[in-house]
Design a protein around this ligand. Structure first.
Ligand SMILES: *Cc1c(COP(=O)(O)O)cnc(C)c1O
Length: 377
């Protein structure tokens, strides 16, 4: 019996064709498809007055976002411990220190009251992450950052294609980061992007992603390069590759299908799993959200038993995430009390959720979860 995977990218004929065409054209580094991908993302997000910079991974995007914000040794960056390791490692890579705050019990997004308790003179920025299908209170985050003089890095890896108060995610925050790794809503195999507000910031990012070379991206988008350039700043090899961008373009073409499958699966799970004692669901969402995943919270210390039962029945599950402050490398970082994070870290389970879910798989997941809870009583 085939297991139902937690994640599965929707790769079809379009992606194969796009990849073959990119290989055949022979320009494999940063080239025309990268420029087209940036334009397509900008179009989709209604970010015409902003600047999209395509990068090699979400982690690379976070690292550059922090450097762009001027973060370095001696600085502190506040972020929930309930976050991806990539965010914490990116902070450490700049020489700054992460400072952990708690999340709200209802949506597992940043708890600003908790964040307020750890603001110090060293605090320079805050990373806020939309979690699963939940969008942070970005208006309140902007006010908080204003009040404390902080840059905001909006980790929108989970909210690509979603909207907040009538505005597309990506169109309004200080610095926005996306990931297009294999499990994300849209994949470029590996990839990431930043969205910034000024031409100057875009120019800095364009240099930093090409090991500091002041090589015109516009020339490279013509599948060409210049041989005369200067290097003025620290840089990394963080650009997106043409082959990956070509695959991403083909994914963006299918955004409607990807969004509707995800919305439909989310609604189905939500309806069929609500009202079970011992199982908490994420908040219901409207049509403005393209859900990234479906997490549940298994109460009464039964998570391991729950996951083993599902595994035995052929339903894979995941954990997103183990809180960062529990890892060896991060356990001594400064932090607020984290009671919600610790509890969520013991309860959360991600159910199979991706753009290839069909009715049979949805029924199987729901049926298996329901039968676990009947067994228990
Ligand atoms: C996936 C992810 C990242 C890291 O992106 P990569 O492309 O895998 O490096 C960062 N933050 C969040 C919330 C993510 O889900």
């Amino acid at each position: 019996m085939h297991k139902i995977p937690v994640y599965k990218p929707l790769l079809e004929e379009g992606e194969t064709k796009a990849a073959l065409a990119a290989l055949a054209n022979g320009w494999l580094g940063m080239g025309s498809f990268v420029g087209q991908f940036e334009n397509a993302v900008s179009e989709l997000l209604g970010a015409k007055d902003k600047h999209v910079v395509a990068l090699s991974t979400g982690h690379a995007a976070l690292h550059l976002a922090l450097l762009l914000a001027g973060i370095g040794p001696g600085d502190e960056v506040i972020t929930p411990s309930f976050n991806n390791i990539a965010d914490i490692q990116a902070i450490i890579a700049t020489g700054a220190s992460p400072v952990f705050c708690d999340v709200n019990d209802a949506d597992l997004c940043i708890d600003l009251d908790s964040a307020a308790t750890v603001v110090s003179r060293q605090t320079k920025a805050l990373i806020a992450m939309d979690y699963g299908s939940n969008i942070c209170d970005h208006d309140a985050i902007a006010r908080f950052a204003d009040q404390h003089g902080l840059r905001i890095i909006h980790d929108a890896a989970h909210s690509f294609g979603s909207w907040y108060k009538g505005k597309p995610i990506g169109s309004f925050s200080d610095i926005v980061m996306f990931s297009f790794d294999p499990v994300k809503t849209i994949t470029t195999i590996d990839g990431g992007a930043l969205i910034v507000k000024t031409e100057d910031e875009r120019r800095e990012l364009r240099e930093m992603r090409l090991i500091g070379m002041q090589q015109s991206s516009d020339v490279m988008y013509g599948n060409n390069r210049a041989w005369s350039y200067d290097v003025e700043r620290l840089g990394f090899r963080y650009h997106m590759a043409n082959l990956h961008a070509a695959i991403g373009l083909s994914q963006l073409d299918k955004m409607d299908v990807i969004a509707s499958t995800r919305k439909e699966t989310f609604k189905f799970y939500h309806q069929r799993l609500s009202g079970i004692e011992g199982l908490d669901l994420p908040p219901a969402v409207g049509d403005e959200i393209v859900p990234f995943m479906f997490y549940v919270r298994v109460k009464h210390g039964r998570r391991t038993e729950f996951r083993e039962f599902l595994e035995k029945e052929g339903v894979e599950t995941g954990i997103h995430w183990r809180p960062a402050h529990q890892f060896t490398l991060f356990r001594n970082e400064r932090r607020a009390p984290l009671p919600i994070t610790d509890r969520a870290g013991e309860e959360i389970v991600s159910l199979p959720f991706h753009s290839k879910m069909n009715r049979e798989w949805q029924e199987k997941v729901v049926g298996t979860v329901r039968s676990f809870f009947r067994q228990g009583v």
